[in-house]
Design a protein around this ligand. Structure first.
Ligand SMILES: [Fe+2]
Length: 180
């Protein structure tokens, strides 16, 4: 955990580091419950814990002063920016979580149809560990006032429904798989 903290400190402001450590603790807790429900192996659990703390590292390069992000890029790009940071740090597996955790994952069609400022590639979670982090992340905000409040399932469904019922269906599938 010390290595994760050092990594966050090296790239992020102290305010962002504090937020990501608390956010990471909440995501790790929820994700480890999901791991228990599917009998995930030790490698998956270890990866899930690291990814819980690192998946949002890219917010340090976006324009999001309320969470300490002092960059100039739009928020939606925090995933791809995080991937770049972790790949440069020699963490290619952890890097994939960064760009594969927005909503229930972004398809190329989502990126094109919403005209998002992102590369045209599939950004949906693929591995079990990536799906678990994406699932767990839906339950928690990075708003400093609500970091430790778990969102109700209905609220998550409602916000996903804005992007299509297919997104809600993916979440419902994860609830059955991981919710226990
Ligand atoms: Fe997150």
């Amino acid at each position: 955990m010390q290595a994760v903290l050092e990594l966050l400190k090296r790239h992020c402001t102290p305010h962002t580091t504090d937020i990501l450590m608390t956010h990471g603790k909440m995501i790790a807790g929820k994700a480890l419950l999901a791991c228990a429900n599917v009998n995930a192996d030790g490698d998956t659990r270890r990866l899930v814990i690291e990814a819980a703390y690192l998946h949002d590292i890219g917010v340090c390069r976006v324009d999001a002063p309320e969470i300490g992000g002092n960059g100039s890029e739009p928020y939606i790009r925090h995933g791809v920016l995080g991937r770049e940071i972790l790949e440069a740090e020699g963490l290619p597996l952890q890097a994939l979580f960064c760009e594969r955790h927005t909503g229930v994952g972004l398809t190329i069609d989502d990126i094109v149809s919403q005209n998002l400022p992102l590369p045209h590639r599939d950004m949906t979670p693929q591995s079990l560990a990536e799906r678990i982090i994406c699932y767990a992340d839906l339950f928690f905000s990075k708003n400093p006032d609500r970091l430790e409040q778990e969102k109700p399932v209905e609220k998550i469904r409602k916000s996903l429904a804005r992007f299509g019922e297919d997104k809600v269906a993916i979440f419902d599938g994860w609830l059955r798989e991981f919710g226990g």
